[in-house]
Write a protein that binds this ligand. Structure first.
Ligand SMILES: [Zn+2]
Ligand SMILES: [Zn+2]
Length: 234
């Protein structure tokens, strides 16, 4: 921790996101050592397409992915979107949570083995419509993608844009979600490199409709190895 951070801690103490305990200077981030363990991390048994935890046979594709028939071939998701996982994502997304970078680094480090397969990939954030981004002040997916790029020594490419402002997906059914994001994205560059690994980055994997719509745009423009990364899965 930098000297300046230590001084800041004296005047503006950091509190744990969950238990509200004042965090000591040597503990960076906003989740204390104990609460960090409350994140429900995905283990080895995951759906290879979306990365969600599964009790099915190892490497069995989950029902959601069978229905989705995705353009992406592999997926990694790091923790469950419930309890602390949900609180963490909500803070990151809606409560100006750009200060959670140190916690994100800790989470990546904790799941470093899973992330090994993404070494030197191209990380592409799922874009927000510019008005939504302007109102929020940042795109949380871009924040995650940039940190991942550093962690995996890859490249960051903000190459997708959202041409229409889709409504929030949270209250929609699976089919409504699909229709809501249909043709919502465009590529900002001309061609993609078929020899590269492109990783679409978003905060949560729910039905995968948004990620798959983005993946289809990458596929139509020449990408062949398309994967997805989400922090959490519902
Ligand atoms: Zn705590
Ligand atoms: Zn799946």
């Amino acid at each position: 921790m930098h000297f300046l951070d230590k001084v800041l801690d004296l005047f503006f103490p950091r509190h744990c996101l969950q238990c509200q305990r004042t965090l000591p200077s040597h503990e960076g981030g906003y989740l204390c050592h104990e609460c960090f363990k409350d994140l429900i991390f995905t283990g080895d048994h995951t759906c290879p397409r979306c990365g969600r935890s599964t009790t099915d046979a190892p490497s069995a594709i989950c029902q959601n992915c069978l229905d989705l028939n995705p353009f992406f071939k592999e997926g990694i998701s790091l923790f469950a979107f419930n309890h602390l996982g949900r609180e963490f994502i909500h803070t990151l997304k809606y409560k100006n949570g750009t200060y959670l970078t140190e916690d994100l680094r800790k989470i990546f480090k904790h799941k470093a083995q899973k992330l090994g397969t993404l070494n030197q990939a191209v990380f592409v954030p799922v874009p927000l419509h510019f008005i939504r981004k302007w109102r929020r002040g940042y795109n949380q997916s871009a924040l995650i993608a940039k940190l991942l790029k550093n962690f995996c020594e890859g490249t960051y490419m903000d190459i997708l844009s959202r041409k229409r402002n889709t409504c929030s997906q949270t209250s929609l059914t699976r089919n409504e979600r699909k229709a809501n994001v249909k043709d919502a994205f465009v590529l900002k560059v001309n061609n993609l490199d078929a020899s590269k690994t492109y990783v679409l980055v978003d905060d949560v994997f729910t039905t995968g409709a948004t990620l798959n719509e983005c993946a289809s745009v990458l596929y139509k423009n020449g990408a062949r190895d398309i994967r997805v990364f989400t922090l959490a899965h519902s």
